[in-house]
Design a protein around this ligand. Structure first.
Ligand code: ADP
Ligand code: MG
Length: 380
């Protein structure tokens, strides 16, 4: 764990991106499974991510209402560094044999769950799977190489479904527990997450309040006796309160009007979605209407020709009604010589449980081919 902590030192804010994408993955899994098993949502229909900060104590909690983990899944997923995105990162780190890790290298890989230890002394993961009656808590400290798992028994800490991460920040990193800091990082890294992310923010509104004052003597007109009159004074005060605030934009970029999306936004979306660290050479955003309806953004990666021969890459992400369906096409759906093109396709015409056969017969595929050709012909 030490190695991760030190080699990533300069880029430690990525922890938030990693943990938020895990939360988003967990929500995606739940949403996907609930299509065939609506009962999975019975403990709460909301699919969201909520981040609360306690700046006085340096604590961040990240809660998702996603698929959660059973006890066994906790052991399998978080128990060993070997099964995490972190492992892939470390492997590459070794292979690259570079003493200094540059941030481009980091950008290529999800550093995964263990990035939580970049900023935390201690991490607790409290999680409830719909498959399990119990909620379990996994806990580990940055200094140690072991973890504990116990059942959650405190009724106040029970969640209906999903996962709550509690990060106990290191002394020097407590600044991450400022609500504005978290909000800024989320806007930077996680604006394309397709579930709402709420942060706990302090708000204020102004109101007039009465101030008690001694009854003032007021001289009245005419020759009557001077009367004592209570004149009420008011002043404006700011009433503070805390509430959840929506922090990201949940409308996927491909549903927006092309002319309202900047090149930077297209490039950021590309890099985040495909784990790329270089901007694409070109991109194309198009929508079709009428017989076959879909929206798509295609990209030409800035990769060397040699790397293009690797065809087992997951280059096209298919969504149906904004739900991620599959990226595992392996050249079956699109001509192999175009397999270097990356992108997303979203259709409203296909059933969520679309099969490979349906997809192959669908006009979407032939229609997309056409766009692929035009797009590539245009680029080269
Ligand atoms: P990766 O995301 O690349 O699989 P991570 O290290 O980020 O690697 O996470 C390891 C695994 O832990 C995930 O694959 C997932 O099974 C599990 N996991 C992490 N965070 C969550 C979460 N919020 N809800 C459910 N499962 C999670
Ligand atoms: Mg991850």
């Amino acid at each position: 764990m030490d190695l991760i902590v030190h080699s990533l030192y300069s880029n430690k804010e990525v922890f938030l991106r990693e943990l938020v994408s895990n939360a988003s993955d967990a929500l995606d899994k739940l949403r996907y499974l609930s299509v065939t098993d609506p009962d999975l949502l019975k403990d709460g229909p909301e699919l969201d991510i909520r981040i609360q900060t306690d700046k006085d104590n340096g604590i961040i909690t990240i809660t998702d209402s996603g698929i959660g983990m059973t006890r066994q899944e906790l052991v399998d997923s978080l128990g060993t560094i070997a099964s995490s995105g972190t492992a892939k990162f470390l492997k590459t780190l070794k292979e690259s044999q570079e003493a200094n890790v540059d941030s481009n290298l980091i950008g290529q890989f999800g550093v995964g769950f263990y990035s939580a230890f970049l900023v935390s002394d201690k991490v607790a993961v409290s999680t409830k799977s719909p498959k399990s009656e119990q909620q379990y808590v996994w806990e580990a400290e940055a200094e140690s190489n072991s973890y504990t798992i116990r059942e959650e028994t405190d009724p106040e800490k029970l969640i209906p479904r999903g996962t709550r991460l509690t990060l106990y920040l290191k002394r020097d990193d407590k600044g991450f527990a400022h609500p504005e800091r978290i909000q800024k990082l989320l806007k930077n890294y996680s604006q394309f997450v397709s579930f709402p992310i709420y942060t706990w923010q302090e708000k204020g509104f102004t109101k007039e309040v009465e101030v008690d004052e001694d009854p003032a003597e007021v001289k009245t007109e005419g020759d009557g006796e001077p009367k004592k009159e209570v004149k009420k004074k008011t002043k404006t005060v700011v009433e503070k309160y805390w509430d959840w605030e929506l922090t990201n934009e949940t409308q996927p970029i491909w549903l927006r009007t092309p002319k309202e999306v900047s090149t930077e936004e297209y490039n950021e979306f590309y890099k985040k979605t495909f784990n790329e660290y270089l901007d694409p050479l070109a991109s194309s955003h198009f929508t079709t209407e009428g017989e076959v309806e879909f929206r798509s953004i295609l990209y030409v990666p800035a990769t060397k020709k040699e790397d293009i021969t690797d065809r087992k890459t997951k280059n096209i992400r298919l969504y149906v009604k904004r739900v991620f369906i599959s990226d595992d096409f392996d050249g079956e759906l699109f001509p192999r010589y175009l397999s270097f093109v990356k992108g997303v396709v979203d259709s409203n015409d296909l059933p969520l449980n679309v099969s490979r056969e349906i997809l192959q017969e669908s006009r979407i595929v032939s229609s997309l081919w056409g766009y692929f050709y035009c797009f590539c012909a245009f680029q080269y």
